[in-house]
Design a protein around this ligand. Sequence first.
Ligand SMILES: NC(=O)NCCC(=O)O
Length: 397
Amino acid sequence: MGTSVESLESILEKNLPADELNQVWNILYGENHPKGNGIPVEAQEIADGHNFELKVHSFNAALEQLRPPRRVKVGLFQHAHPVPTTAPVLDQLNALHKLAERAIAAAALTGVNVFCFQETWNMPFAFCTREKLPWVEFAQSAENGPTTKFLKELARRHKMVIISPILERDQFDVFWNTAVVIESNGEVLGKTRKNHIPRVGDFNESTYYMESTLGHPVFDTSFGKIAINICYGRHIPLNWAAFGLNGAEIVFNPSATVGALSEPLWSIEARNAAIANSYFSCAINRVGTEVFPNPFTSGDGGEPHKDFGHFYGSSYVAAPNGSRSPGLTRVRNGLLVVDLDLNLCRQVKDKWNFQMNMRLPLYADLFTRASKPNFKKQIVGRGLSEDQSEKDLTNGN
Ligand SMILES: NC(=O)NCCC(=O)O
């Protein structure tokens, strides 16, 4: 499909009469259908001037007697790589920083409290190439690298929590796929790292960095308890569950994924995680096509090529009650600002009782046994081993 479709929403809006469109929104997205108002003129001017979509949405919760509403605005920014991947590394980094400054300025004008970029936002997504130079030159210290220093100043200026997913080079020159969490006072609150590394298609990421050893940290920020599940981790329901167990109220999923591989999964996985774990999930995808200097193969017998295919954007936010925001465009840069009430998390827990029905000991026992080499599957019936079943099938039994 590439770039020929702007978004699912644009097709529906073009083709459905208003009353049917409203019904479709309600069925597709839950009780909150798209709302497009509340964008300050100055923020819209920045978006128009720099050709990015600016969309707003809000989720409500019931008013409680003992707890005031806990409203938070999240900002999700998706972007294409702004300059050719052949430009000098410093020029690429500076162009990305400039882009970020504008997006954060627009987010600040819209009242965003917690801002998150896409996966490894400050570099081209070069992991398809399997080459080291110049791509590893984008890797930086999570605490003191140029991107963190740059964002600390913006976080302080705008009193905004900023989540910055980068390729990290640590003090031993070990690489990690990291998200740095910068508090609204400009201090680094901490970092988390990608737990699950893709080995699919052109996503040759194990060439570049190691699996996290940091677990599933939740960051208690001035705007709620947040966690970050980096890209491929969204396919692992236990990964999402672990952030919920540690108390997350919002889980960000900074990603980089292409249409041919994952577009049918995209609208489901983060939304399902929000439902299953009674928190808000925020899925952010890269956009555009990045062309690299040298051809590479996908290991599937196909022709060598110089690009990954189209990163389809479509960033969105899902709420614990199963409703979701509309998605951003598939083809352009975009900022999605979503106003939400964290009280909804506990209200949904009280309604559905997923936590009350969690039965952790039941699953703890199974996972403990399944993680041992002598694990025996609990199969009721003839109790044949897989080898025996295959023989049975070939004998026509
Ligand atoms: N960046 C990354 O983990 N991509 C893997 C592909 C996918 O998860 O859709």
